[in-house]
Design a protein around this ligand. Structure first.
Ligand SMILES: CC(C)(COP(=O)(O)OP(=O)(O)OC[C@H]1O[C@@H](n2cnc3c(N)ncnc32)[C@H](O)[C@@H]1OP(=O)(O)O)[C@@H](O)C(=O)NCCC(=O)NCCS
Length: 176
């Protein structure tokens, strides 16, 4: 299957909204609002156009991934990081490597822009294959209660989170 990963364009927004809605329809962890979250995040300072990527197959969008800027806060200290949310693959194309391709490509784009870590909330069995570790191993917490094994973090450069501990602060658009 020929899959191209590229930055989203405004003309993709409607198709992305429908793709994300459909992908999360039967997902285990979903609030049914992920497609609206994407629209809200685009309107914030946390949005980085280069970190909104689509997977395209024969001119059709089959996957989407978004990273937005967050901070990890500890007292007076603020550290820049990224939140990965959401990643979505059209149900008809799942389990064929598209999600993996989007995630790996995102890591490369984020590194190029100088980001050194990504935090996410997701399936504990899926993300370790891409280098994610439980965030508690870095002493990084979310500002709400969730099973700790579902909070994950990746260092995009060696030791990037070594000296960083604290609680994630999300953009208001997350509604947290
Ligand atoms: C999760 C998702 C993005 C993965 O994308 P994908 O293209 O289907 O996954 P890939 O083809 O890259 O990887 C397939 C592998 O991941 C595993 N996998 C896929 N979804 C998984 C999940 N929800 N939990 C655990 N493992 C999962 C598959 O079992 C498969 O494992 P294998 O390689 O050992 O056989 C996609 O299934 C999806 O959009 N799901 C609905 C929305 C969602 O849940 N998003 C993530 C929120 S945390």
């Amino acid at each position: 299957m020929n899959v191209t990963i590229r930055q989203e364009r405004p003309s993709d927004y409607d198709e992305i909204r429908e793709l994300v809605r459909k992908s999360f329809e039967n997902a285990e962890f979903s609030d049914g609002d992920e497609h609206h979250l994407v629209d809200r995040l685009r309107a914030t300072d946390a949005y980085v156009p280069e970190l909104a990527l689509v997977a395209e197959n024969e001119k059709r969008l089959i996957g989407f991934i978004l990273c937005t800027k967050i901070t990890i806060e500890n007292g007076e200290n603020r550290y820049a990081s990224l939140a990965l949310a959401p990643v979505a693959v059209d149900p008809g194309f799942q389990n064929s490597g598209v999600g993996g391709k989007l995630i790996n490509c995102m890591h490369e784009h984020a590194k190029k822009l100088g980001f050194s870590s990504i935090i996410l909330l997701g399936h504990a069995e899926y993300y370790p294959r891409f280098g994610y570790k439980p965030a508690y191993t870095f002493d990084i917490k979310l500002p709400f209660e969730v099973p700790k094994e579902n909070i994950m973090a990746i260092e995009l450069s060696d030791g990037a989170l070594k000296a960083i501990q604290g609680t994630v602060r999300y953009p208001e658009a997350f509604g947290i």
